[in-house]
Design a protein around this ligand. Structure first.
Ligand code: ADP
Ligand code: ADP
Length: 223
């Protein structure tokens, strides 16, 4: 089965005569381990599509199956649990906690989930940091890291729970081109090495070349 599958997905904001048709019938299959870039002009529905796929927002119509679960059948609680178990996020602004070291930031999702932080878990964080080229930076606070390093910490933090799908919203929007290439390379590697399914919104043509597939959106549709 695909990692995610949408049929006739519709999202309408507002009501009465102020309706905004953000998604006008999306059909989409994301294969497991596929790295997909979503591109398109501002207002074309990229964020709305990502938010629906990630279970952050509910569709108004159509069906959406992610990891074998029909998201429309979940109540709000179940949707939150689904997100914690299966979904990771990376944002344009790295959203690291400034008082915590890189390693503490990476471990945070496990701590928040009530996981005991023992040697096994610390080793997992260190091994993941190793694959992201962060071994020498683990004891540093975010302010002592470059932008690219901070984003790689954010990726490690998103991967520590081993999510099936990783969503990245403009992950290179705050990075120079060398750091961007590095971050994109690591995103692509996580699909190859861990079988992660990665969906990235980007405005950057160069970033899109790292993806297996590019979805171009316009006016709520995939064109
Ligand atoms: P993109 O990410 O491609 O810029 P969005 O998904 O953010 O596009 O927006 C698609 C359309 O939906 C736009 O017309 C936008 O103004 C509208 N929209 C997005 N979020 C909301 C919201 N919460 N309430 C009302 N309209 C919204
Ligand atoms: P190791 O033999 O050290 O476990 P792996 O290549 O299997 O090496 O994994 C490297 C790191 O990535 C480990 O810390 C592992 O826990 C973590 N990892 C493994 N699978 C996933 C996954 N699906 N998503 C995120 N991280 C993962």
């Amino acid at each position: 089965a695909p990692a995610a599958s949408a049929r006739g997905l519709i999202k309408t904001y507002g009501q009465g005569d102020t309706l905004v048709h953000a998604l006008r019938g999306i059909d989409l299959d994301l294969a497991r381990g596929q790295f997909t870039a979503i591109m398109g002009p501002s207002g074309s529905g990229k964020s709305t599509l990502m938010h629906c796929l990630a279970g952050l927002d509910r569709a108004s119509g159509g069906t959406l199956e992610v990891g074998g679960t029909q998201l429309g059948t979940l109540d709000d609680n179940a949707l939150t649990i689904f997100r914690r178990r299966h979904i990771g996020f990376v944002f344009q602004s790295f959203n690291l906690l400034p008082m915590l070291t890189a390693q503490q930031n990476i471990l945070l999702p496990l701590e928040l989930a009530g996981h005991r932080i023992d040697d096994t878990v610390r080793e997992r964080a260190q091994s993941l940091a190793g694959t992201l080229g962060l071994t020498a930076r683990l004891d540093h606070r975010p302010s002592a890291l470059s932008g690219g390093q901070q984003q790689r910490v954010a990726i490690a933090r998103a991967l520590i729970t081993q999510p099936d799908l990783l969503f990245a919203d403009e992950p290179t929007g705050n990075l120079d081109s060398a750091a961007s290439a590095d971050v994109l390379d690591h995103l692509r590697r996580s699909t190859r090495e861990f079988g992660q399914t990665v969906v990235m919104i980007t405005h950057d043509q160069a970033a899109a070349t790292y993806a297996d597939d590019v979805i171009l959106m316009q006016d709520g549709r995939i064109v």
